[in-house]
Ligand binder design. Structure first.
Ligand SMILES: [Fe+2]
Ligand SMILES: [Fe+2]
Length: 189
């Protein structure tokens, strides 16, 4: 029986990045994978947290923003799934203490502000922006590492997420500036 050659030209294989055994053993590559597992955990943890923030926000505008962010977070997770595949790595989460702390802080904001108040929304926006900045810092660093290690397809995917994180941060600033902070200031205790 004649054997069919599946990839006559290896450089055309689009299924994985160009990773050899030596690369896999390098400390930088290992660190990169571990950082990907860390943000993979963080994105999953955010799905539940954003649902809670949406539920407890006062204005429809902020509720909608959290809903959009949750949908976006699901997209970030599927991009990470793709990235693990491209790097020929197991899809795994690594517990991330930083995001746990930021989520806890958001929950404390809910406890320490009144239901239905604009102060609640002002506080939730700050909590959400702290989370966003953590994501921006992480993806920004990961993009640079991917470029350094010439994982170009991975870098492209990470960059897409980075841009979306920055847009979300800007949207939250807009909501705070145009509406919520003024009304929170006018609010009686
Ligand atoms: Fe994200
Ligand atoms: Fe985000």
């Amino acid at each position: 029986m004649e054997k069919k050659e599946s990839h006559p030209n290896n450089t055309m294989d689009k299924s994985t990045e160009n990773i050899d055994e030596k690369m896999k053993k390098s400390a930088l590559h290992k660190f990169f994978i571990s950082a990907l597992k860390d943000i993979y955990y963080a994105e999953h943890a955010l799905i539940d947290s954003l649902e809670k923030m949406q539920k407890f926000a006062t204005t429809e505008e902020l509720k909608d923003a959290f809903e959009d962010h949750q949908l976006q977070t699901k997209k970030h997770i599927s991009r990470l799934d793709k990235i693990f595949g491209l790097l020929d790595e197991k899809t795994e989460k690594k517990e991330c203490e930083a995001i746990k702390g930021l989520i806890k802080e958001a929950e404390e904001m809910i406890k320490s502000t009144q239901d239905g108040s604009m102060t609640r929304d002002a506080a939730l926006i700050i909590a959400a922006q702290k989370i966003e900045h953590y994501e921006i810092a992480t993806y920004g660093g990961l993009v640079q590492l991917a470029i350094t290690m010439e994982h170009h397809k991975v870098a492209e995917l990470l960059e897409k997420t980075l841009v979306e994180e920055e847009e979300t941060d800007d949207d939250l600033t807009d909501i705070a500036e145009t509406l919520i902070n003024f009304e929170a200031e006018a609010e009686e205790n």
